[in-house]
Design a protein around this ligand. Structure first.
Ligand code: DGY
Length: 323
């Protein structure tokens, strides 16, 4: 029997590419650039499986092909708001993701952003490299102490929990969170935190607010102008979730007008575009979507996709099916 024909939309860690090439009739997008909607649509018509990432946009129009050959989308990543899941379902295409393996690394990046923005690490490094550091003095580049401060988490999934654990047990912070569904208080306590009833309750009492909810229509602009204004004066916003959870224009205004004190961002509304206004602000730490970017994690993500599509083509249920 011939091997399933698969398209991998970006280059992946070489160990995973090797396995994909052994098991499947694999084509890799050697340009390693985000694929256009048109190219992805062609792929749906011509491959048995398409393996996209967050940089590929798959709106409903991608699935609007005369004959869809694709039977599964093995997404390389846990977030899948770049895929119109309902359109995929309507064409009978299964969608899988890669949960669990990027939890720690993404929580680490949230911690890195929190510490860097609080302690002005980015500013300090830029100053030193520019040859502008005049030496130690008692008033040089004074930041904010994190120990004893309150961090508010929006979204208590795997990454929210891992971040809570770091903040409370690692850095002596008080941690509260908002989650759509109720969490057993004993479970919350294991992560050093407790649930509050509303997003506003969390915003009102947190010195740092960190977003860990999914992107997509449901949470689009969850952090809008009103919610930014509801944050404690002098608070910081951290976003490692998805760019569309924050209204970037409202955030820019809030930072310019001192409504909040700073922000640490790993994700943006129209990646890889980052507004110049944000780049110009010294109280903002900007990372290029590095949440899962470690050798170990990216390999593990690739292996999850391998497991999912292998199971599918062997007639088993893929372990990480989301649609
Ligand atoms: C994810 O897994 O969702 C990360 O953001 C990378 O895609």
């Amino acid at each position: 029997m011939s091997k399933p024909r698969i398209l991998v939309t970006r280059r992946w860690p070489s160990a995973v590419e090797r396995i994909l090439s052994e098991r499947f009739d694999a084509t890799f997008n050697l340009d390693d650039a985000a694929m256009s909607v048109e190219a992805l649509s062609n792929a749906i018509g011509n491959y048995d499986a398409v393996l996209p990432t967050v940089s590929d946009k798959l709106p409903a129009s991608v699935f609007d092909v005369a004959m869809a050959r694709a039977r599964i989308l093995g997404n390389f990543g846990v977030g899948y708001n770049h895929i119109d899941i309902n359109a995929a379902k309507d064409r009978g295409i299964v969608v899988t993701n890669t949960p669990g393996v990027l939890t720690d690394c993404t929580a680490d990046i949230a911690m890195l952003l929190l510490l860097t923005v609080a302690r002005r690490g980015g500013e300090g490094e830029r100053q030193l490299r520019a040859g502008e550091w005049g030496g130690w003095c008692p008033t040089h580049m004074i930041g904010t102490k994190v120990t004893g401060k309150t961090v508010g988490i929006i979204g208590f999934g795997r990454i929210g929990k891992a971040f809570a654990q770091r903040c409370h047990f690692g850095f002596g912070m008080e941690v509260v969170f908002y989650n759509r569904s109720p969490v057993d208080p004993a479970e919350a306590a294991r992560y050093g935190t407790r649930q509050l009833p509303t997003v506003e309750d969390v915003l009102a009492r947190s010195d740092f607010v960190s977003l860990h909810c999914p992107g997509g229509a449901e949470n689009r602009h969850l952090m809008n102008a009103a919610r930014l204004a509801a944050m404690k004066p002098g608070a910081f916003l951290i976003n490692t979730a998805r760019g569309d959870v924050v209204d970037e224009a409202a955030l820019t205004n809030a930072l310019k007008n001192g409504v909040i004190r700073g922000a640490g961002l790993d994700v943006y509304e129209a990646e890889p575009h980052v507004p110049d206004a944000l780049k110009a602000m010294s109280n903002v730490v900007l990372l290029p979507h590095l949440g899962s970017a470690t050798e170990e994690t990216r390999t593990a993500m690739g292996m999850k996709v391998v497991d999912n599509i292998t199971a599918f083509f062997e007639g088993r249920s893929p372990p990480d099916r989301v649609a």
